[in-house]
Write a protein that binds this ligand. Sequence first.
Ligand code: NAP
Length: 248
Amino acid sequence: MDFKNFVAPKDHLKGKIIAVTGASDGIGAIASTTFASYGATVILVGRTVSKLEKIYDAIKLSGGATPGIYPICLEGASEQDYQDMHDRFEETFGRIDGLLHNAGVLGQRTPIANYKMESWKTVMQVNVSSPFMLTKALLPLLGKSENASIVFTTSGVGRIGKAYWGAYSISKFATEGFSQVLASELEGTSNIRVNCINPGPVRTRMRAAAFPAENPITIKTPEEIMPSYLYLMGNKSIAVSGFSLDAQ
Ligand code: NAP
């Protein structure tokens, strides 16, 4: 399947309820508006409400289904906070068909010898522990879907470690591992598929922070990598689980 050039029909995600973390900016914001434009009801999960409201307005303005906004800081949230999220989603939506773990932080770009514990903790909390707690809390609602898709966001440095990428690189290795463990557990026993997506270099705030000297015009926009995201969230990928795909 040529998922990088996947062309979705207009009603590709019609009737689906999809939660996106880090929906306020970058890839998550565009994934949210894109999913909505293909018929999904999107739940915008993030910490900066003013930015989430802009995405909400953009979806409404373009005629999409009324999205949900769920404000939460993934760095400070406890297991109980994720259980509360489950309860609210159950009450409002009854089930979840898609979960895009997209929120992420870069942390320091420095040798391990200089890496600060504070930065390590933040990166591990947002990039690894939060997706663990969120997935665990939402599994029952994903189980209520006819076929559900969990998508984790990885990175090239989550497959091959590179100097100075510190906790970020290590957190993305953990993401790949988590995705594999969960996919293997759910295989044959549920309708939930689990995959990773590596966006590749994409024109966002995080990329600019990692590569300040790069001319942003030379790299792809979030809009350009959406075919793979649409593929993984829609029914065409029902049989696909346990993979780590490259969006470019
Ligand atoms: P971005 O523009 O920096 O956006 C990151 C998103 O995560 C924002 O919505 C941000 O919310 C949210 N976030 C960060 N910390 C949070 C917290 N504590 N609680 C809740 N939300 C939080 O990054 P991006 O480039 O779109 O990256 C999206 C994903 O792709 C990440 O997992 C990243 O590792 C991965 N990735 C990106 C690239 C690339 O080239 N861009 C390459 C490989 C992988 P605020 O708006 O409130 O800050």
